[in-house]
Design a protein around this ligand. Structure first.
Ligand code: NAG
Ligand code: NAG
Length: 307
């Protein structure tokens, strides 16, 4: 799968995120029940309102990612259910997987992990390609001068540090490491390797990306997943409607969307639907507007031409 194209994904998606520091904290229904439901959210006053662990158990994780320790996998033993849950717990108070009841929670987690599974898969050419998510935690053959954009003054490349793709929704380029690091309180600009050394931080970075709009007045993938987003007239004219397709539009823009039924779009969508089946909700509840084949990108790559 084209690495150069993959390289540009988050570049596009994150260029403007610095300004959009998001505080989409929404109070859950049900008030302030203090509770300590265990390691995943102890001390949180939100956890009694339902958590991801209510419907997404360790065995689900094993079923979604059964080949991640295979002999051809490249991150054997790295990814774990505990890491995902620990990272998710930081974002559950903002509604990640906890908005709108259990079925909506399952759908959001399946959608998020669908993106992750497709981006970290090594099964593109194997039978049952949807079984190979979490095979990678880093780009294997980095090129592109290690993705250093010297012109970015806010997030200058650190001497000797390389910004090739790493993580669960792979991060590329100094400025994306900078923005995301700021978002999750880790110095990823100096230590991008954290995303290939610590699975909790890798999931945190990916969920932060999921929860954070690229620009003001644009939805985050989370907003789209839970029905928080109402398309504007300009969205409608650009064929952007609420649904899984719009989450691909936000994350990959015209690298996947607006190009007809390209392989990488189908690949991502099939992970989402496969995971919905495995999590017991079923692909018949995938929702409308699943593809982005004829959507215009929220942020066209021509506007961010330094890729
Ligand atoms: C993969 O390896 C981890 C760590 O060794 C282990 O906990 C997990 O059960 C394994 N899962 C699969 C599907 O092989
Ligand atoms: C990984 O990062 C998390 C979150 O910052 C931290 O709590 C944990 O100790 C780290 N794990 C390792 C093995 O360094």
């Amino acid at each position: 799968m084209g690495r150069a194209r993959a390289a540009a994904f988050l570049l596009l998606a994150l260029l403007a995120a610095a300004a959009a520091a998001v505080e989409g904290r929404r109070q859950p229904e049900g008030g302030e029940n203090a509770c300590a439901k265990g390691w995943q959210c102890s001390g949180s006053r939100f956890c009694c309102d339902g958590t991801i662990t209510d419907y997404f158990k360790a065995h689900h994780f094993e079923e979604l990612f059964p080949r991640r320790n295979d002999s051809i996998a490249h991150a054997v033993g790295f990814w774990s259910y505990q890491a995902f849950i620990a990272a998710a717990a930081l974002f559950e108070p903002r509604g990640f997987g906890t908005t709108g009841g259990e079925q909506m929670g399952v759908k959001e987690v399946a959608a998020f992990l669908g993106h992750v599974g497709a981006r970290t898969s090594c099964g593109y050419f194997y039978p049952n390609p949807v079984a190979w998510g979490l095979c990678y935690n880093r780009e294997m053959s980095p090129d592109q001068n290690y993705y250093c954009d010297d012109s970015n003054e806010l997030y200058r490349c650190v001497e000797g540090v390389r910004y090739y793709g790493r993580g669960a929704l792979p991060v590329y380029w100094n400025y994306n490491y900078g923005i995301i690091g700021k978002g999750i309180n880790q110095d990823l600009l100096s230590h991008p390797e954290l995303l290939e050394q610590n699975a909790t931080i890798a999931f945190e970075a990916a969920i932060w990306r999921w929860m954070t709009p690229v620009k003001r007045r644009q939805p985050s993938p989370h907003d789209v997943s839970v029905g928080n987003w109402k398309p504007t007239k300009s969205d409608t004219l650009s064929k952007r409607y609420p649904g899984f397709g719009a989450t691909m539009n936000i994350i990959y823009g015209d690298h996947i969307c607006g190009r007809g039924f390209v392989g990488e779009m189908d690949f991502t969508l099939s992970h989402y639907q496969h995971y919905l089946d495995l999590m017991g909700v079923g692909r018949e509840h995938s929702g409308d507007n699943l593809d982005c084949a004829d959507q215009v990108a929220f942020n066209p790559s021509s506007e961010n031409s330094d890729s």
